[in-house]
Design a protein around this ligand. Structure first.
Ligand SMILES: CC(=O)N[C@H]1[C@@H](OP(=O)(O)OP(=O)(O)OC[C@H]2O[C@@H](n3ccc(=O)[nH]c3=O)[C@H](O)[C@@H]2O)O[C@H](CO)[C@@H](O)[C@@H]1O
Length: 368
């Protein structure tokens, strides 16, 4: 492979856009150790914490918000869009980028515009159906679109001619030996090795409904011998957990080492964000998905193929009550055989090579 020299990556907002970008950056580095990697972010997104922490160069460009759909409102934001695109263009010129790779989020739009004006190749990675607003706009400028999941190609959507590459996932997750890491993970969280662990995580921002429902079921879970590892989520208010439980219920604000959570877990209770689904299935992790109800059904669509293949359960946000948890999660978490079967079915659906596949796609786009 003739090496790539300079790549600009754009993506921001929540973890769902940033972690694939970082996993892709790591894979680029492995293939092309000398490549210059520059990332574009907006002033307030999670990229401001996550990208510098991962050791990559983050350039913040002025923010602007797109209207939620492609309509005439777009014409009213040209000034701010122009300033953002100009800032993105200056960075693209400075680092002599050969290609711009976008993962979605508002910050991708100025990057796509600036790359298009310079006639640079643009590659878009999209994980949702319907595709996000920013990426849909980018698709006006390029046909090089990669998707994370087979179900995205089956929709009557702009994505039907995309290339299926999978989702770039952090190697800390894809290369983990779960049984080998488990003792260390349990020790890290102060969990017992002899009892099942329910891992609760509502995506990168946390999920209030899930937090409150599980915390309210803390007593029955504990009395059934089920330990809980609960990620509260950075943007959520704390919740109360009874102090006198007979088994551990561990609350953490956020996990930078997400693989430790997965290693400790026997069963996951989570939202259906695309990257979460990619990770649980890559790991063969049995999961109960509670899709976020307010965004176009995209999370339901993410989880449905996994659930239909036997790799998990689906429950509506409005149905996730302490009573539901008691009736459904307690018997499942104690049934090792059923968990193993679910995990195997999930693994059939999962894939681990999205980072490598996307590197190849981008390399082809540059025409080397
Ligand atoms: C409400 C909403 O609009 N959610 C969207 C958002 O979800 P969100 O940003 O929550 O993204 P995902 O659920 O897809 O991924 C969350 C990521 O954060 C990581 N993580 C999470 C918690 C933690 O403590 N530590 C940690 O590392 C997970 O391992 C995963 O890599 O982006 C996804 C990808 O575009 C979309 O599919 C979701 O629909």
């Amino acid at each position: 492979m003739v090496p790539l020299r300079s790549v600009v990556l754009a993506g921001g907002g929540t973890g769902g856009h940033i972690y694939p970008l970082l996993a892709f950056a790591d894979a680029l580095r492995r293939h092309f150790p000398q490549v210059r990697i520059t990332t574009l972010g907006s002033p307030k997104g999670m990229e401001n914490q996550l990208i510098p922490a991962a050791g990559y160069d983050l350039r913040v460009i002025p923010a602007f918000q797109l209207p939620r759909s492609l309509n005439l409102d777009l014409l009213r934001t040209p000034d701010r869009m122009y300033r953002s695109a100009q800032a993105a263009g200056e960075i693209i010129d400075e680092v002599r980028a050969e290609v711009v790779v976008g993962f979605g989020g508002y910050v991708s739009v100025p990057a796509y515009l600036a790359a298009w004006r310079r006639e640079l190749p643009i590659v878009i990675h999209e994980v949702n159906v319907p595709a996000g607003v920013a990426n849909r706009m980018g698709m006006k400028f390029t046909k090089r679109v990669a998707v994370g999941f087979p179900h995205q190609l089956e929709q009557v959507d702009v994505l039907r001619n995309a290339r299926l590459v999978g989702v770039p996932l952090r190697t800390g997750i894809t290369r983990m030996d779960r049984p080998a890491l488990r003792p260390q993970a349990l020790y890290h969280f102060g969990l017992r090795p002899d009892l099942p662990v329910l891992f609760v995580c509502g995506g990168s921002s946390g999920a209030r409904t899930i937090n409150l429902a599980v915390a309210a079921a803390a007593k029955p879970l504990a009395h059934a011998g089920i330990q809980v590892l609960h990620v509260q989520g950075g943007r959520n208010e704390p919740f109360d957990v009874p102090a006198d439980l007979p088994v551990p219920y561990v609350v953490v604000p956020y996990l930078s080492d997400m693989q430790l959570g997965y290693a400790a877990a026997d069963l996951m209770l989570c939202r259906g964000g695309a990257i979460t689904v990619a990770e649980t299935t890559a790991l063969g992790m049995p999961a109960i998905y509670v899709p976020y109800p307010f965004s176009n059904q995209e999370q339901r669509r993410n989880a449905l193929p996994v659930v239909e293949s036997g790799g998990g359960m689906l429950v509506d946000n409005s149905e996730l009550t302490p009573d539901w948890i008691e009736r459904n999660i307690i018997p499942l978490a104690r049934d090792r055989q059923r968990l193993a079967a679910m995990g195997q079915a999930a693994a059939q659906y999962g894939r681990r090579d999205g980072d490598e596949q996307l590197v190849r796609f981008v390399w082809e786009a540059v025409g080397r």
